[in-house]
Structure formats: C-alpha cells, structure tokens
Design a protein around this ligand. Structure first.
Ligand SMILES: Cc1cc2nc3c(=O)[nH]c(=O)nc-3n(C[C@H](O)[C@H](O)[C@H](O)COP(=O)(O)OP(=O)(O)OC[C@H]3O[C@@H](n4cnc5c(N)ncnc54)[C@H](O)[C@@H]3O)c2cc1C
Length: 471
C-alpha cells in the first residue's frame, strides 16, 4: 500500500496512506491537488515568489462543507495547515512545505444588500471582486490599495486603505462573519453571537478559524478624486504632510511614500528613477472641493509632477496593480509612529534616497480620523492611539538580488526603531521577527491568548502572526 509524505504541526515527518487521501477526496465538491497533478505548480504558487513551497495537498473548496471536511482532516491527522485567501501574505503564511493548503480562491460569492448598505462576500474574494460588486450600487468600504489582495487576510489583520480616515479600518466595518473553527464547527459571529470570537478576528489575524464569509458595512461612495503628487525628496515635504494630515478632512485618504519616480507621462523624463517623496490621495468628498484639494497637495513642497482626476472608486485600488504583479520577490518590515520627529525625518531622507527598485518604497499610511474613534480594546486591533502605520516594502524581480534588497529593508527599519512605537501592523510585518509578535498585538495580546485557548487550544491555525494559546 503506498503512502504520501507529510509534516505535522510540530515539524515531524509523517506518512498518510493513499487510501486515506482518496477517501478524503470523496468528501469534497471542490478540487484536491497533489504533487503529481498537472496544475500543482500553478496551485502552489503564492504572490510573493520568495516562498517556493511544496505542500503535500492543496484543497480548493467549493463551499463551507469542503472547508469543514478539510479542517477535520487536518486536525485528525495533525497536519500542518495553511489557509489561503488572496495569497498576498508577504511572509508566505498562505502556503507551507509538506502540509495541507486550504485555498479559498474559488469561493467568490458576493451579495450586496443595497437597502441595508451591507455586503456579504466569501473568503476567496479579492478587493477587486468586492469593489466591483459594491460599486454597482455606488457603495464602498475600506479595502486595500491593490485590487488583487484578499479581503480575508487584510480584514483579519485590521485593514488600512484609502478610506480608513473616513470609514475606519476594514475590520471596523465588519458586521458579522461565518467561521469554521478548529473543531470543524460552523459558527456565525457578530456583536451578539460569539462576541469574543468576533472581537478577536477584528485584528487578531487568521488565528481563530477559517472565515468562509465576511459581512461588511458599506458607505455611499461612488466617484472620487484620486492620483499622485511627486515632490523633491525634501524634509519639509514630510514635515508639512505630517501637520496637514493631522486635521485634514476625513474624506481625504493620503498615503505618504518615499519611492523612485516612475516613468509616467506627467513625470519629467530627467526625474525618472530618481528618489522622490509622493502622496497618493483619494478625496471622497464633494467634487466642488477638488481644486482646493489639488492646490493643498501642491503646497506641501516643490512638485516634480502631479496627476489627480475624477474616477470610479474601484479604479484607485488598481493604480498599482500593473507595477506589482504576482511573481516578484518581497520582504517587508513595519512599525507604528505617533509622530515623526526631525530625527526620524532625517532617517527617511537618508534611507529613502537609497530605495533600490521602482517597486520598493517606504509608505506611511495615516490611521487617524475614524480609526481613532474606536478604542484600543473595542476590537483586537490595539494600535488606536498611533497616527501612522509605516511599512518599509522591499520588492524586486531577480532572486539574485535578495541580499541587497532585504539589507535595505533591515537597515531602514533598524534606523527608524528609536522613533517608533512598540509593535508593527501584522499585515505589513515579515515573519522572521517572532519575538515581536506580542507587541504587534499590543495591549490586547493577553485577551487574544485566552480566546485562542478557547477556540484553537492545539494551535491548528499556526501559519500567521501566531498567538500562543493561554495555558
Ligand atoms: C501588494 C500588496 C498590497 C497590500 N496593500 C495593503 C493595503 O493597502 N492595506 C493593508 O492593510 N494591507 C495591505 N497589504 C497586506 C495584506 O493585508 C496582507 O498581506 C494580507 O494578509 C493579505 O491577505 P490575503 O488574503 O491576500 O493573504 P493570504 O496569504 O491568503 O493570507 C494571509 C493570512 O490570512 C490568513 N487567512 C487568509 N484567508 C483566511 C480565511 N478565509 N480565514 C482565516 N484565515 C485566513 C492566512 O492563513 C494568513 O495567515 C498588501 C499586501 C500586498 C502584497
């Protein structure tokens, strides 16, 4: 009788008889992919090409029943389990070697409820899928700034985007969620039903179960004014931005970036590939204010080039899709900042001047406004008194350049540490900083450990910024 090689959750090698796997296959309406299948290489691929992993089984569930079967199978055989939504995890948490990958990518059902202004979307949707469905009703909610990112991982970690200052984090807009727990049970949680679980999944990552669908509150947002302004790399631009964003109208999303100037028609040719500061803005207020917004952005510093125009809201979340396709190498590190003192501005100027590739950059996502109206203990996302989620994002094409690019990220991050808060945003953090995980969850870590012990005492869901179950 033949057997297949697996790894259990403790890293030990185990073998499963082929018959056992065949029996599992009969329980599924979706797809089970194994290493000998033609589509295995396509199915094992995740967004960040640095993670070249070889799972023993990949399950693409057709619905909740398949998810329940896969969780039960993993638990019964103590398999290493990786859950995948959009597959964008920079540390590669959506895949593993020798374990089972549960890839929800085929579960893309979406139903908008226009009267209630809510949407329910299955766990395999991307923000492109969700934006498309809700825009038909001129409705939207906070999502990621790249359309191919999964709603699942992004929401579970918090969710910061162009609408955060106006609508809060993605997790603040979560109304309810359907979850398959480690026991294989199906539960719906919201503020009344399993409120502890509902609290924990709003910032606690994928630690508590497989979310099969998310229900979000929507907001009346159809067209917006959006685009980028590029500036000379000058300390005053960052100082001016910091002052301006502190009390800018909440309808304005404005991500600050230190990047290389892209070869776009509105950027003069002699600036292409030169280090610049940038603000990517999304104004969801009245169009009567467009000119004022454009002028205010121009006043932040010496402008290299600017292009802002009226567009359907989903379009702003596709502006970087082409620059950041699947298959690049990524290494990111993150922290939070309450303010950016002159010493930190100097660090940004020094390391920002050495951005290694067109796809890389340092980004300051403002999380004031509506994000501040939620208290630190209201959801699992604890960092409510901070003003910026900062990410040093290294992205490059050639694996031969790994050392150079990871070195740039580490050097920049280390230099910023003296001016940063404890912990970083879990969705922007690399996976090689385990000692920092408790700080990433901040003041909510102890409560998260208790809830982890209640819903996943054996740590079946371990491929994440992992919360140790309380003993
Ligand atoms: C190009 C790019 C742009 C980004 N932009 C933003 C941004 O604008 N704002 C922002 O906040 N973040 C952003 N991120 C970070 C992003 O939020 C995280 O990478 C997030 O984890 C991606 O979610 P995913 O479902 O695509 O990833 P996956 O790799 O599928 O999953 C990530 C984590 O979530 C868990 N998970 C996934 N699906 C489920 C599920 N259904 N149930 C339970 N657990 C699940 C996984 O196990 C894993 O731990 C970006 C990332 C990239 C690569």
């Amino acid at each position: 009788m033949s057997a297949q090689r697996f790894k259990n959750r403790h890293g030990d090698a185990i073998a499963l008889e082929t018959e056992e796997i065949e029996r599992f296959k009969t329980l599924l309406r979706g797809v089970l992919i194994q290493p000998h299948d033609d589509d295995y290489d396509e199915a094992r691929e995740v967004y960040n090409a640095i993670h070249d992993r070889r799972p023993s089984l990949i399950v693409r569930p057709a619905g909740v029943a398949d998810v329940m079967a896969a969780v039960e199978f993993s638990r019964k055989h103590d398999l290493l389990l990786a859950v995948r939504g959009g597959g964008h995890s920079v540390p590669g948490f959506g895949t593993c070697d020798d374990g089972l990958v549960l890839d929800l990518g085929r579960m893309k059902g979406i139903r908008v409820h226009p009267e209630r202004r809510t949407v329910r979307a299955e766990g395999g949707c991307t923000w492109g899928d969700l934006d498309h469905a809700t825009h038909a009703f001129s409705l939207a909610t906070t999502g990621g700034i790249v359309s191919t990112t999964g709603i699942a991982g992004l929401t579970l970690g918090g969710g910061i985007g162009h609408l955060s200052r106006r609508c809060g984090l993605s997790c603040d807009n979560l109304v309810s969620a359907d979850i398959v727990t480690a026991e294989g049970a199906f539960v719906t949680c919201d503020k009344e039903r399993h409120p502890d679980l509902f609290w924990a999944i709003r910032g606690g990552g994928g630690n508590f179960g497989v979310i099969t669908s998310f229900e979000y509150q929507l907001h009346p947002i159809g067209e917006i004014l959006g685009g980028s302004t590029f500036y000379h790399l000058d300390g005053d631009v960052l100082r001016n931005y910091q002052k301006f964003i502190a009390d800018a109208p909440e309808e304005l999303g404005a991500v600050f970036a230190l990047v290389l100037a892209p070869p776009l028609p509105f950027v003069p040719e002699d600036w292409h590939d030169k280090p610049v500061a940038a603000v990517v803005a999304c104004w969801s207020g009245s169009s009567d204010e467009d000119e004022r917004v454009i002028d205010t952005l121009k006043d932040l510093g010496p402008v290299v080039g600017q292009a802002l125009w009226r567009m359907p809201y989903p379009v702003i979340n596709t502006l970087f899709d082409e620059l950041l396709p699947r298959g690049l190498q990524h290494y990111w590190k993150a922290n939070f900042a309450r303010e950016i003192p002159d010493e930190a501005v100097a660090v940004h100027l020094e390391h920002g001047a050495r951005v290694p590739t067109l796809e890389s950059g340092a980004f300051l996502f403002p999380i004031n406004g509506a994000c501040h109206r939620v208290t630190a203990d209201e959801t699992a996302f604890a960092h409510r008194d901070t003003d910026f989620a900062v990410v040093i994002a290294g992205t490059w094409r050639n694996p031969a350049d790994n050392e150079k690019n990871t070195g740039w990220v580490r050097g920049y991050y280390d230099a910023l540490q003296p001016y940063s808060e404890e912990g970083g945003y879990i969705n922007f953090m690399s996976g090689d900083d385990q000692a920092r995980v408790p700080d990433n969850y901040g003041s909510n870590y102890e409560r998260l450990k208790e809830i982890k012990a209640k819903f996943d005492p054996d740590n079946l869901f371990s491929m994440n910024q992992n919360i140790a179950p309380a003993s």
